[in-house]
Design a protein around this ligand. Structure first.
Ligand SMILES: [Zn+2]
Length: 690
């Protein structure tokens, strides 16, 4: 009991300080926003440092489990997070006989308020204001994701009673989110107005643009979805994976021709051609009474001038003013000229021609055009192609159904049949060139593939870019392959991959071609958006014509007046999806995973005679990820003694007293183990009554 009071008072004082801080910061925020209402860069939210995680030059179409969602506060417009809950340790160390529920109540707000305070404050004030806003006829643009990260791309356009959306992408989790499969945009605020949603346009079929569609469409009343054929087919496919038999319920509108025009409420939509690393990518023009929005989705200018096939955006400069260009800006840090697609394809053909034995090509499953060329070339040279990897097989199947791939069916062989053909007639195309441990490429290299073991005369090709963050695993994979064969080809040796994103020169070119009245860099990490803004300033754009929006920032255009950054902000809290379908139990699960990942866990099993409440025999101790028990016999013995002491000190006959003992075991053992090891494993007490 003696330790309880100081601890309790610390909590109380901390809470008071927190409350005081909130009021103070609310006051400061209000006065700040009263002074500055315009300008992305002037927006205090934009001045905070953002996450530095970078980009996929094109994200692989990774197959992932889809399950229930749960809420977690976003790190948007937020500080590079300290790993959550690291300093405030879990209950195991609190020397208190309070009920676990009470302890949780007391500790949780403090743990959460520390890392997330700035954002929570802004949201409290924002929400209050937002509820009062009447619908007006301003044009509102805001992003539910994609402005401070790569992925979770989702943009909303509102005019009066009409809403349209562009893209519904997923984001891959940070390393401090163990067990989380991906994050999707938050639809909470939009759900209130779901009747106004006139349609959702999808720019292309990469997962960071369509991955969240099944979950979001469901929440938003299943509005009509608009895209080109492959994009729609991929969304339907994902919908089937999410809930079997539901793809047929999707309302779709196919963009059959680039010159097609559609009207959604007050929005008039037309399209333009873009070059990107997936078939059927499309740029969108949205005309409204207050401006013309131009959004290419993901893009590059990677066309082949030799064939006169150059993508130009010049015609967009003739669209009605004000022209608002929203430009994906991932490429602002790419200074090297891109590898022409033709070079990539020629090199791949050469490799297929010259391979002494089998050729195994790892690439992104969304690189359908490249795979199509490989198939055509293999067919021409009398080779057989085996595809492997779920998303690879699925995407090629979709492309075949749509008539995009016309290779003869005799060109395809099933992977388990490859031994029936001469080795120099075999081409294998598979997923996993990013070093993902369970993907086909890794399994082949590690000798875990059922049908393929690498031999000396095999040629192994990495036809993909390195997604930042995957460098180490790819390097390891390369090392392993070099042990097995000398014929290893990757980007450092030969140009066998063309990226799907623009370079800094491309961005300059498009800015000149479109000559927008307002420029909004989008779909990238925050630092890239700012770099793009700086680039535009150097190119002569005026500061008051460039807006860098954070997630949830709301830019409003009204007739003839310069746009204004609204004081209202839309909720963009993270919605996390994990394969276990844990439901809405928020950050508690994540915190547990973090604790287990950091310091492991220890299970204490005490068997008790139910009539007397006496301990029977020695308690069992199981350690996972904490200590190696064989090398720590003394510690285990001491822990056992401690458990005996605690159990015998109390009464375990009633349920309340049993809970009390469990709580005490958790707390006292936690402290005891910390003293001995300086680690804080999760302590799981189990009491068995016989
Ligand atoms: Zn893309």
């Amino acid at each position: 009991m003696t330790g309880l009071f100081p601890h309790f008072f610390t909590l109380l004082i901390y809470k008071l300080i927190t409350l005081f801080n909130i009021n103070f910061m609310l006051f400061r925020k209000r006065s700040a926003s009263a002074k500055k209402t315009i300008g992305g860069a002037n927006n205090p939210i934009n001045k905070q440092p953002r996450s530095k995680k970078r980009v996929a030059s094109n994200l692989p179409n990774k197959q992932m489990p889809v399950a229930k969602t749960r809420l977690y506060p976003s790190r948007t417009s937020n500080i590079k997070q300290p790993r959550p809950f690291q300093n405030k340790r879990p209950l195991t160390t609190t020397p208190t006989p309070m009920s676990p529920k009470k302890v949780r109540e007391l500790t949780r707000p403090i743990q959460r308020s520390a890392p997330y305070r700035p954002q929570q404050i802004s949201r409290v004030s924002d929400r209050r204001i937002q509820d009062k806003i009447p619908t007006n006829n301003n044009l509102k643009i805001y992003c539910l994701g994609g402005q401070e990260e790569v992925g979770r791309n989702c943009t909303v356009f509102e005019y009066g009673e009409d809403i349209i959306m562009l893209d519904m992408g997923i984001q891959f989790p940070d390393e401090d989110m163990p067990g989380i499969d991906y994050i999707i945009p938050n639809t909470k605020d939009l759900e209130k107005k779901k009747r106004n949603i006139r349609g959702v346009i999808f720019s292309h079929g990469h997962l960071d643009h369509i991955g969240a569609a099944p979950m979001m469409l469901e929440k938003l009343g299943n509005p009509i979805i608009i895209g080109r054929n492959l994009t729609l087919a991929m969304i339907k496919n994902r919908q089937e994976d999410y809930k079997k038999g539901t793809a047929q319920n999707l309302k779709t509108m196919s963009i059959n021709s680039i010159s097609q025009k559609i009207t959604l409420g007050k929005f008039k939509i037309s399209f333009f051609r873009v070059e990107h690393s997936i078939m059927d990518a499309i740029g969108v023009v949205i005309q409204t009474p207050h401006g013309t929005i131009i959004h290419p989705g993901d893009w590059s200018l990677n066309s082949d001038p030799a064939e006169g096939d150059v993508v130009s955006y010049e015609h967009l400069s003739k669209l009605p003013s004000p022209r608002i260009l929203m430009l994906e800006s991932l490429g602002v840090t790419y200074t090297k000229p891109p590898v022409p697609i033709k070079t990539t394809l020629n090199n791949l053909q050469k490799l297929i021609n010259e391979a002494p034995g089998r050729i195994i090509i790892g690439t992104f499953s969304s690189q359908i055009e490249r795979i199509k060329h490989i198939l055509e070339h293999a067919e021409k040279t009398g080779k057989k192609v085996a595809l492997d990897g779920y998303s690879m097989k699925m995407n090629i199947e979709l492309a075949k159904e749509l008539g995009y791939i016309k290779a003869h069916k005799s060109t395809f062989i099933i992977i388990d049949q490859i031994h029936k053909y001469p080795e120099n007639k075999i081409v294998v195309i598979c997923t996993g060139a990013q070093g993902e441990s369970n993907a086909v490429f890794s399994r082949i290299v590690n000798g875990n593939h059922r049908y393929i073991k690498i031999q000396r005369n095999d040629t192994i090709v990495f036809s993909s870019s390195i997604i930042p963050g995957n460098e180490t695993s790819i390097q390891k994979l390369k090392d392993q392959i070099y042990h097995l064969t000398d014929n290893v080809i990757h980007g450092e040796i030969m140009d066998i991959h063309s990226g799907g994103h623009a370079t800094v020169e491309d961005i300059k070119t498009v800015l000149k071609q479109v000559n927008p009245d307002y420029f909004l860099p989008v779909y990238a990490n925050y630092y890239m958006l700012i770099e793009t803004k700086k680039l535009a300033l150097r190119e002569g754009f005026k500061e008051n014509r460039i807006f860098v929006l954070g997630n949830g920032d709301l830019l409003e255009f009204s007739n003839g007046r310069p746009p204004k950054l609204s004081r209202n902000k839309v909720n963009t809290d993270y919605i996390m999806v994990d394969g276990l379908g844990v439901g809405d139990i928020s950050d508690v699960v994540l915190r547990d995973r973090q604790v287990m990942a950091d310091d492991g866990m220890i299970v204490v099993i005490a068997t008790i005679y139910s009539k007397t409440g006496k301990l029977i025999g020695n308690p069992d101790i199981i350690s996972r990820g904490f200590i190696y028990m064989k090398d720590n016999k003394n510690l285990i013995e001491d822990t056992r003694k401690k458990v005996k002491q605690i159990v015998m000190s109390g009464d375990t006959k009633t349920r309340e007293s049993e809970n009390f003992i469990k709580n005490k075991l958790r707390n006292d053992l936690g402290q005891f183990l910390f003293k001995k090891t300086e680690k804080r494993p999760m302590v799981l007490p189990v009491i068995i009554k016989v």
